[in-house]
Design a protein around this ligand. Sequence first.
Ligand code: DC
Length: 222
Amino acid sequence: MIPVITIDGPSGSGKGTIASLLAERLGWHFLDSGALYRVLGLAAVRQGVGLDRAASLAELARALAVEFVDDRVLLAGEDVSLVIRSEQAAAAASQVAALPTVREALLGWQRRFSRPPGLVADGRDMGTVVFPDAALKVFLTASAEERARRRYKQLKEKGLDVNFDNLLAEIEERDERDRSRAVAPLRAADGALEMDTTTLSIAEVLGRVEAAVCKALARAVV
Ligand code: DC
């Protein structure tokens, strides 16, 4: 059994940062499943495929030439790490992610990331759908304002042009779509460790998650 730790939550909850730091600390593989949906959204926009065309998008998903190399995300060999971070790309990702055929097409792809010595997977449905047998499931949240503040800082640091009020509105709209969709909606998995990170630092969240990981892995070996 390859151990998997899932970290789910809405955008800006800190899940991406915590998941990648944890993977690094453990020396495990890391899956940023949101990047997959973002790349698919980008490929669809570039190829002129409507974001509601379920069958065409599923076909595109199955043939998606995406690769994760170190910290970079490649689409057909092109480094798209930065373009997929824009709020436009996020909105396209959230739209294609609402389609059951698309989610189904990406399922096997995501599960193949589970390789020795272990995997930390970050997303919306990692604990509920993709890795239901995970050794530990974590669900992070934070207030919408705090999440928009974090996103604003992150995007600014990447040199992207952003407006705080627009960002907050877009985040709220995207959360609503991710929470209310019929298939694999954003929600905490049963038995997940739920944590509100609004007033916590990254180090505090990581410390709590690491303590839970130690307990879960100890449980798994006895
Ligand atoms: O985590 P993120 O912000 O990069 O994700 C972008 C969008 O992709 C998000 O709005 C919803 C979708 N997504 C999803 O539906 N399921 C996942 N496991 C990851 C992301």
